[in-house]
Write a new protein. Structure first.
Length: 147
């Protein structure tokens, strides 16, 4: 590891794919702003997957003036995987994280994930793992998610 990287704080890129989420932009941006203000090692990029409802404009308005957040608009819908791959391809950060752009997962879960990444190659978060551990997952879902 180069000496310069050994002593610098690791940087984090949050990739948040979005599609037809203009109605959620205000709420999401309101949550992302304080998170980025508190976590100066993080940068967020919202990747719009060809929305038709003004999503790009709504998120750009909501993030205006925030230097460590950006919106990348794709012209055609290629799916969440393509949106994430495109954002990851240009990343220079030490850690890459993606989560749904509507923040179905709380941003508060990111710090423990980033801590876990320091000693792991990959970390996967799942809402259903808690339910599964507690035994409250419906039998049909538990069966379909088994293995």
């Amino acid at each position: 590891m180069p000496l310069s990287r050994r002593f610098k704080k690791p940087s984090v890129l949050l990739v948040l794919p979005i599609y037809n989420e203009a109605h959620e932009a205000g709420r999401v941006c309101k949550e992302v702003r304080p998170f980025l203000a508190k976590h100066r090692d993080c940068r967020a990029i919202f990747v719009d997957d060809g929305s038709h409802d003004g999503t790009v404009e709504a998120f750009r308005r909501g993030l205006r003036g925030l230097k460590r957040a950006a919106v990348m608009g794709l012209h055609a819908n290629g799916g969440k995987g393509k949106a994430v791959r495109l954002a990851f391809a240009g990343a220079k950060e030490d850690y890459l994280i993606f989560l749904d752009g509507d923040l179905a997962y709380s941003l508060s879960h990111l710090r423990p994930m980033i801590s876990a990444l320091k000693s792991s190659d990959m970390v996967i978060g799942s809402r259903s793992m808690v339910a599964q551990a507690e035994g409250s997952l419906p039998k049909r879902r538990a069966f379909l998610g088994w293995g």
